[in-house]
Design a protein around this ligand. Structure first.
Ligand code: PRP
Ligand code: MG
Length: 177
């Protein structure tokens, strides 16, 4: 488990009862970061790249989304926290594991009919990824797949997302621990 073993768990953060899976320990390790990008790149080279562009969720989704855009030779589109994008945006509030949040995307960032790989570091409730998908679809884009480093199946995001018909790809899972 070369990826999973490099992810640190911090109990009771940001509040009691939450086991925070901290990818900073994975990313600061040059072998760990390379493994993440190489494995994701390999997956899409082997299974085909059924997408035109990569969309990453601020903030941690930018780290792998940016690197993956480079290795796969695809453009990168950021979905950002409110007030950060200068052009016309589509925006929507969404539920997190703890609280609510809002994100925005430039309305002209994804061309109508184009296929999108949505990327983030972690899948918990799926709220962030579904908000990302809603933005992409609002401007006429199509979600080809959603890719994450870490999946937390106990929280139910993967089931929720797959029940809505989206494909999910994850490199590591923390289940029942
Ligand atoms: C975290 C994580 C994912 C999201 C996963 O982001 O990076 O984006 O939560 O949770 P969900 O599946 O329940 O939506 P967070 O909003 O904490 O902020 P950050 O990426 O800006 O650090
Ligand atoms: Mg995030």
């Amino acid at each position: 488990m070369p990826i999973k073993s490099r992810i640190r768990t911090i109990p009771d953060y940001p509040k009691k009862g939450i086991m925070f899976r901290d990818i900073t320990t994975l990313l600061k390790d040059p072998v760990g970061f390379r493994l993440v990008i190489d494995q994701m790149t390999q997956h899409y080279l082997e299974h085909g790249m059924d997408f035109d562009v990569i969309v990453g969720m601020e903030a941690r989704g930018f780290i792998i989304g940016g690197a993956l855009s480079y290795t796969l030779g695809k453009g990168f589109v950021p979905i950002r926290k409110p007030g950060k994008l200068p052009g016309d945006v589509v925006g929507q509030e969404y539920q997190l594991e703890y609280g609510t949040d809002k994100v925005e995307m430039h309305t002209d960032a994804v061309v109508q009919g184009s296929r999108v790989l949505l990327v983030d570091d972690l899948l918990a409730t799926g709220g962030t990824a579904l908000a990302g998908a809603a933005h992409v679809e609002k401007v006429g884009g199509i979600i080809s797949e959603m890719a994450f480093i870490v999946n937390l199946p106990d929280i139910g995001g993967q089931k929720k997302i797959e029940s809505k018909g989206y494909n999910v790809f994850c490199l590591a899972e923390f289940e029942g621990e």
